[in-house]
Design a protein around this ligand. Structure first.
Ligand SMILES: [Zn+2]
Ligand SMILES: [Zn+2]
Length: 315
C-alpha cells in the first residue's frame, strides 16, 4: 500500500509541475486602463482627414513552424506557422515602417535551418527603410530588428529611427560584432512612457512585459484602425482565449516575457478592447494565418509600395 501512495504522490507532483510549466498562463479577470484606446483616439482626433494614412502593407520575410502548445498555452492542435514580417503604414506625409524582421542567418539559427526566407522581400524592407519618414520597432528582439541593426546603409536610416532608449539598448547584441554603426548608436531616443502622437493618425506607447522595450502602436487610416501588438501575443488565439505563452518557453528562450504578469494583464486588456471594438484590426507580429486572412479580407496588403518621393531626412 505504501508504494501505491508513493506513486500517487509522485504522479500528483508531476501533474502539478506540468500544469505550472505548460498550462498556467491565464490572463487576469480585469485589466482596465492598460490599453487606453480612447486616449490614442483623442491624440489623433484633430488630424485632418487628408493627412491620415491610407493603407497598411506587410512584407512576409521568413517563416518557421512551432508546436501550437508552445505558441499559445493550452493549444494542442498541431503546428503553427510563425512568420517574420515588416509593416508599412502608407501616408501622404511619408511612410512609417514597423519592425525589421530577420535576415537569413538569423532565421537559419532560430529554425535550425528548417525555416524559409525570402531574399526579395527582405531587400524590399531594407530599401523601404531608406525612404521612409520614420522607422520603428515593436520591440528589440532578434526577429524584429535585423533590417535595422544590420542595415547596409546605417547613415541612411539613422535619422529616420524612432526608438525608445530600452529598444536602442537592446540592439547592439544583434549588430555585426556586437557593435552598432555609430550613426545608429547616437540617435536621440523617444520617450513613450505616455501615449505620444508621432504622425497624423499614428500613436505609440511603451508596454513593457514581453521585453523592456515593447511598445504598442495605434494607427488610424482613412478606412480603419489598427493596433500593432508585436509579441504581446504571438498569435491571435492568445488574445481571443486569454492564454499567454507557457512558462517552459520562457525558460527555453531567455529574454522572452521578463514581465510575464504584465504580459498576461496586457492580453486581458487587448481582449477587452478587441471585444468592444470589433472593427479594430489587431496585428500580432508572427501569426501567419491571421495576417494572411487580413490580406484576403483587404485589411492588409501584401508588398510594400514605393512612395512618390523619398521622405526628406527629418530635422
Ligand atoms: Zn519578441
Ligand atoms: Zn518576435
Amino acid at each position: 500500500m505504501k508504494w501505491l501512495v508513493g506513486i500517487a504522490i509522485v504522479l500528483a507532483a508531476l501533474g502539478a509541475f506540468f500544469w505550472w510549466a505548460a498550462l498556467d498562463a491565464g490572463a487576469p479577470p480585469e485589466a482596465n486602463g492598460i490599453v487606453d484606446i480612447a486616449a490614442y483616439r483623442e491624440l489623433v482626433a484633430n488630424d485632418a482627414p487628408e493627412t491620415l494614412p491610407t493603407a497598411v502593407n506587410v512584407e512576409f520575410v521568413g517563416e518557421s513552424n512551432a508546436p501550437s502548445f508552445a505558441v499559445e498555452s493550452g493549444a494542442f492542435d498541431g503546428q503553427r506557422t510563425l512568420s517574420y514580417n515588416s509593416f508599412q503604414i502608407v501616408a501622404p506625409g511619408g511612410d512609417t515602417i514597423i519592425d525589421g524582421a530577420v535576415d537569413r542567418a538569423t532565421l537559419d539559427q532560430m529554425s535550425q535551418g528548417k525555416g524559409s526566407f525570402n531574399e526579395q522581400t527582405y531587400d524590399d524592407v531594407l530599401a523601404a527603410m531608406t525612404r521612409a519618414q520614420r522607422v520603428m520597432i515593436t520591440h528589440e528582439h532578434l526577429d524584429h530588428v535585423m533590417a535595422i541593426a544590420r542595415h547596409p546603409e546605417p547613415a541612411a536610416i539613422a535619422p529616420r529611427l524612432e526608438l525608445t532608449s530600452a529598444q536602442l539598448n537592446g540592439l547592439p547584441v544583434h549588430a555585426p560584432n556586437g557593435q552598432l554603426a555609430p550613426e545608429i548608436a547616437n540617435i536621440a531616443t523617444v520617450d513613450l512612457t505616455r501615449p505620444q502622437r508621432l504622425a497624423p493618425g499614428v500613436v505609440a506607447v511603451a508596454m513593457p512585459g514581453h521585453s523592456p522595450g515593447t511598445v504598442l502602436i495605434y494607427a488610424r487610416t482613412t478606412t480603419r484602425e489598427y493596433l500593432f501588438i508585436g509579441d504581446i501575443a504571438w498569435v491571435m488565439g492568445s488574445v481571443e482565449h486569454l492564454r499567454g505563452r507557457p512558462r517552459f518557453v520562457t525558460w527555453l528562450m531567455p529574454g522572452v516575457d521578463p514581465g510575464r504578469p504584465e504580459v498576461l494583464r496586457q492580453l486581458r486588456a487587448l481582449h477587452d478592447v478587441a471585444e468592444a471594438n470589433p472593427e479594430l484590426v489587431l496585428l500580432p507580429a508572427h501569426d501567419d494565418a491571421h495576417l494572411r486572412d487580413l490580406v484576403a479580407a483587404g485589411a492588409l496588403s501584401e508588398g510594400f509600395t514605393r512612395p512618390a518621393a523619398t521622405a526628406p531626412i527629418p530635422e
